[in-house]
Write a protein that binds this ligand. Structure first.
Ligand code: SF4
Ligand code: SF4
Length: 389
């Protein structure tokens, strides 16, 4: 995989898209600098020092640099190679055994996730506190059920939102809203028992846990009878499912953009800004699906966040691992949010949501705004779907 590193032509187009480079101004904290470091390590021209590990570990793994690179360099593959080459030394200083085990637990057991969310005020991880804000429903009771379509049948959709993972446990209302929206739009919805996709483990180089999860999920997915695999606004999960590889995983807004939302979209008077998911864009390669769908809602005024296409500094435990850089990245984002003053800040990923939680405006997924619009429209029976679920 080192060939990938040799494809970098050092043009620097990726630098302004890199949140850590923008935060520190240091070339060694940029994609180009990190590629150079990994190459030099592989060629034996550089020794592994604390400084080298620090610059590599500071990467949020947002993959924005991949989207910007005109040569198509797959930075994440180079970084993955560095993680393998350096083993525990790379993330070991910022992700200890306790954090590693804790992350496995809260992404692998719905009960553990609920307990962690309850205890989050007294636990030492501030990123966890961000997850604790949303109302929580017991997702386990939906597992294995098939929710029947309304209106003309459009196909069978399996929801990729594992009930064992804190990302969906914390924002369980969005999972239920996704079921409502999809059934209303003519899809039979299956809620399968999957385990976490393993994205957090990939980020911290816990490849063993990732591989276990990938294998378990692929076995379960092979038994599913579904026309569509739908991810409810969870960009990091989306790009991970896509690279399992699982054919045809779609973000819910991407699917609705393709088929056209049905029913009456009621008026919702809000000014909304959006922070796009970095990984969602890697997976979709279509940035504006959510904007097109939301643009149909009467009363919604979408105002672009100037930096909506740059990372917010979330990522697996990143705000705890590198608090100063995460704060700096977030600070720049906050200034923009304050300047625009939206009523709602739309995000497309649970980790971004947890990181941006508390910045001021209400934080929602695009699908939740769509759900509100359906509730406000003349859609007889839509609101009752809430109690039927
Ligand atoms: S993945 Fe993100 S943080 Fe890492 S080098 Fe690329 S742009 Fe920078
Ligand atoms: S944009 Fe691509 S080729 Fe240019 S420096 Fe960045 S990674 Fe290298």
């Amino acid at each position: 995989m080192m060939e990938e590193a040799y494809r970098c032509v050092h043009c620097g187009f990726c630098l302004p898209t890199c949140p850590t480079y923008m935060a520190t101004g240091n070339e060694a904290d940029s994609p180009r600098g990190r590629i150079y470091i990994v190459r030099a390590l592989a060629e034996g021209k550089l020794s592994v020092t604390d400084g080298v590990l620090e610059h590599l570990d500071r990467c949020v793994l947002c993959r924005r640099c991949e989207l910007a690179c005109p040569s198509g360099v797959k930075y994440s593959a180079i970084y993955g190679e560095a993680q393998r080459m350096l083993g525990g030394a790379l993330t070991g200083r910022t992700v200890g055994k306790l954090e590693r085990a804790g992350l496995r637990l809260v992404t692998g057991s719905g009960v553990a996730a609920q307990i962690a969310l309850l205890l989050s005020p007294i636990l030492p991880w501030r990123h966890l506190r961000g997850f604790a804000a949303g109302p929580r429903l017991r997702l386990g009771r939906y597992v294995g059920r098939v929710f029947r379509h309304k209106g003309r049948y459009r196909g069978r959709a399996a929801l990729l939102a594992p009930p064992s993972c804190i990302s969906h446990v914390a924002y369980s209302g969005a999972v239920v809203a996704a079921i409502r929206i999809l059934t209303w739009n003519g899809f039979d919805v299956v809620y399968p028992r999957l385990t976490c996709c393993g994205a957090p483990q990939l980020h911290i180089g816990d490849f063993k846990a990732f591989e276990e999860r990938r294998r378990a999920n692929l076995e379960r997915l092979a038994q599913l009878d579904a026309d569509y695999l739908v991810v409810p606004n969870a960009g990091g999960c989306h790009s991970t499912w896509a690279e399992y590889p699982v054919d045809g995983a779609l973000d819910i807004m991407e699917l609705l953009d393709q088929v056209g939302p049905r029913g009456e979209l009621g008026r919702v008077e809000v000014v909304a800004s959006i922070q796009h998911s970095c990984h969602g864009q890697i997976a979709m390669r279509v940035r504006d699906a959510a904007l097109r769908v939301l643009g149909r809602i009467p009363g919604v005024r979408l105002v672009g966040l100037p930096s909506r296409d740059t990372c917010c500094g979330a990522g697996a435990m990143y705000p705890d691992r590198h608090p100063h850089i995460a704060e700096k990245i977030l600070g720049a984002k906050l200034r923009e949010v304050r300047d625009i003053g939206p009523d709602v800040l739309l995000v497309e990923s649970p980790t971004c949501r947890a990181h941006l939680n508390g910045v001021g405006p209400r934080i929602m997924y695009p699908l939740e705004l769509l759900d509100e619009s359906y509730m406000a429209g003349r859609n007889p029976g839509y609101a009752e779907l809430q109690s039927a679920l």
